[in-house]
Design a protein around this ligand. Structure first.
Ligand code: AVI
Length: 316
C-alpha cells in the first residue's frame, strides 16, 4: 500500500497577511475575514460548536446524507474522483466512499500538513482508494493543480461553508467550481432560512462556545498582525439580519479601548464593533437559481423534514 501524497500550493506571505488584516482593522467598519477564526484553537472550538444542541447544521446535514445516500448515489453514479473542499478530518467524505464507489480522493484544505494524519488514517482504512492531499486557500481562488488529474470530478463542499461568502462571492466561487469539476458535478450543503428563534441561539449558545470561537480570533490576530487586543475588552455579538438573510457575528468593544501594532493604532469607542463573519441563510429556489447562473444545468436537491438544510447535486 502506498501512502497518500501531499502537495502544498503557495501560502500568502506573512507580510501580505499582516497588511490585509491591518487594512481591515483601519476600515471605517472594522472587518476581518472569517478564515482568521481558524487557528489551531479556533478549529477545535468550531468542532465543539458542531456538538452543541443549538448548532443544528452539522447534524441536520449528516441526517440528510444518512437517509438519502442511496438516491444520491443513483443520481451521481460512481465517483471516479471526489474532491473534498475544506476536508479537515476527512470524515464527512469518508462516509461516501462505499456508496459512491470512490476511486480517487483529493482532500483540499488550507494546509497540507493539517491533512497528513487524517489522510494516513483514512488510507489505512481504504487501501483501495488513491489519495492526494492538497494545501490550498480556495476561499480566494479555486484552481486545482494538474496532479488532481484529467476527467470529470465531483466536488464535495458540505457544511454550508458557502454561507460564509456574500451572494456575489458565492456566485464567483460556484463559477470556479463549475470549471474545476471538468464536466462532473458539485455536491454541496446549504443552510436555509428558518425562524430567528432557531437561528440566533445556534450562533450565540448559552455555554459560550461560539463566543470563545469569535473572541479567539483576536488572539490569532495578535500573533499574525502583532496587535495587542485585550480579549477582556470585547464581547461576542451575533444576530440575524433579515434584510440580508444572514447571521452576522461581531466583536463589540465593552469600553473605550486602544489596539496598537508596530506602526499604528486604532481606538474603539464603547459599543463599536469589529465584523468577523456572515453566515447567509438561503431559500432553496434562490440557491438553485444561483447554481444555474454559475453554469450548472441539471440539479437535484434533498432536505430534512423541517426544511432547515439542503444538499444539492448540480451537474456541469
Ligand atoms: C463554517 N461555517 C459554515 C460555520 C457557519 O455556521 O457559518 C461557522 C460558524 N460560525 C459560528 N458558528 C459556526
Amino acid at each position: 500500500m502506498s501512502g497518500p501524497r501531499l502537495l502544498q500550493i503557495a501560502h500568502d506571505d506573512p507580510a501580505a497577511i499582516r497588511a490585509e488584516l491591518l487594512a481591515g482593522l483601519l476600515a471605517p467598519t472594522a472587518t476581518i475575514a472569517p478564515k482568521y477564526l481558524y487557528d489551531a484553537l479556533g478549529s477545535r472550538l468550531f468542532a465543539a460548536i458542531t456538538e452543541l444542541p443549538e448548532y443544528y447544521p452539522t447534524r441536520t446535514e449528516a441526517a440528510i446524507f444518512d437517509r438519502e445516500m442511496r438516491p444520491m448515489a443513483e443520481v451521481l453514479g460512481t465517483l471516479a474522483t471526489l474532491v473534498d473542499l475544506g476536508a479537515g478530518n476527512c470524515e464527512k467524505a469518508a462516509r461516501l466512499f462505499a456508496a459512491f464507489r470512490v476511486r480517487r480522493y483529493v482532500a483540499v484544505d488550507i494546509s497540507a500538513s493539517y491533512l497528513r494524519e487524517s489522510l494516513e488514517n483514512l488510507q489505512r482504512r481504504h487501501p483501495e482508494v488513491d489519495m492526494l492531499g492538497v494545501g490550498l486557500d480556495f476561499s480566494t481562488t479555486l484552481r486545482l493543480p494538474a496532479e488532481v488529474g484529467d476527467g470529470p470530478r465531483t466536488l464535495f463542499y458540505p457544511g454550508s461553508s458557502i454561507g460564509n461568502f456574500t451572494p456575489d462571492e458565492a456566485l464567483a466561487f460556484l463559477r470556479q467550481a463549475h470549471a474545476a469539476c471538468q464536466g462532473g458535478a458539485l455536491l454541496i450543503g446549504v443552510d436555509l432560512v428558518k425562524p430567528i428563534a432557531i437561528l440566533e441561539p445556534a450562533y450565540d449558545d448559552p455555554l459560550g462556545v461560539t463566543a470563545a470561537f469569535n473572541r479567539n480570533m483576536l488572539l490569532h490576530l495578535n500573533r499574525l498582525a502583532g496587535t495587542d487586543f485585550a480579549i477582556a475588552d470585547w464581547r461576542h455579538v451575533a444576530f440575524f439580519n433579515s434584510a440580508e438573510s444572514r447571521i452576522e457575528m461581531h466583536l463589540e468593544a465593552l469600553r473605550e479601548t486602544r489596539v496598537a501594532w508596530l506602526d499604528g493604532e486604532r481606538r474603539f469607542a464603547p459599543g463599536e464593533r469589529l465584523h468577523t463573519e456572515n453566515s447567509y441563510k438561503w431559500r432553496p429556489d434562490d440557491f438553485a437559481a444561483l447554481l444555474e447562473r454559475a453554469g450548472f444545468t441539471r440539479l437535484c436537491r434533498w432536505t430534512d423534514e423541517r426544511g432547515w438544510f439542503a444538499v444539492f447535486a448540480a451537474f456541469a
